[in-house]
Design a protein around this ligand. Sequence first.
Ligand code: GH3
Ligand code: MG
Length: 302
Amino acid sequence: MDEFNRILIVDDERQNIKILTEFLRDDYKIMAAKDGETAITALTKSTLPDLILLDIMMPGINGYEVIKQLKSNERTREIPVIFITALDATDDESLGFEMGAVDYITKPFKPVIVKARLKTHLQLKQKTDLLDRLASFDGLTQIPNRRNFDMVLEKEIGKTLRNGSLLSLLLMDIDHFKKFNDNYGHIEGDACLKKVALALKEVISRPGDFVARYGGEEFAMILPETDLKGAIHIARQAQQSVQRLCIPHATSKVSKYLSISIGVATKLSGKKDNPIELTQKADTALYQAKANGRNCVVSASQ
Ligand code: GH3
Ligand code: MG
């Protein structure tokens, strides 16, 4: 059953839930809530619905209130909502759209129409999700891409300015990767980038930590609320994690296995470094790490 899309039906009239469930249950996994409160509780659970059919007129928390709460929560914001309205409730429909619903259906239900609208909106959602993924994840390594990195860094620096916290940035670059490609071929090179991405992902554990593919064979890590000492510690772990992959690199001048060099920069609380300045500092430190012989960590002066 798990490949089925999940539909949450929210309606205070049991009869409506029954009718909708009957003609949708062959194609979807149905979840039902008899009022707004139950719906909101259901949306705190780990398994979220793919689409919500939401009645407007309900005692207690009505449909408008439910959608307001849905839209204010990052976890549930993107779930498409279709309002259920009475046949002549034009005002309900326009307010529903204003609040972010994608469509409405009118009572009494026409099974063919309900099914068609559900199908359309589920397909649209799938396409939007795919587009979002393509726009923000790197196709080769499946970790966040540069665009995603730029947005996260901007957001995290904004946070440090608001609450006076600090943040560290790591720029990492594979050593002698051109030689690796020349020696083993581009396909091996690509496979190696995937392994490095995984090895770097394993190093981070805090919820706000973030690793991305910054460019060709460059990776970046954003470490919120991490001071320079902590960032150097993570950088060393990243360096070791890549070395532990034991990917032979016969033409490297620094190690018999694939290695990375890392530049670390920390934005201190109270300092007004913008994303470009901070990236520049990490990049200068990375350049220094290359100059110092590669396979090492260098931090920018604070
Ligand atoms: P350094 O130690 O100074 O960083 O030397 P390097 O050879 O790693 O640096 P350079 O900038 O000269 O070369 C980077 C290489 O990374 C060249 C390019 O072919 C390779 N590269 C970049 N993106 C990809 C990719 O997606 N796949 C593969 N296989 N190679 C890539
Ligand atoms: Mg390199």
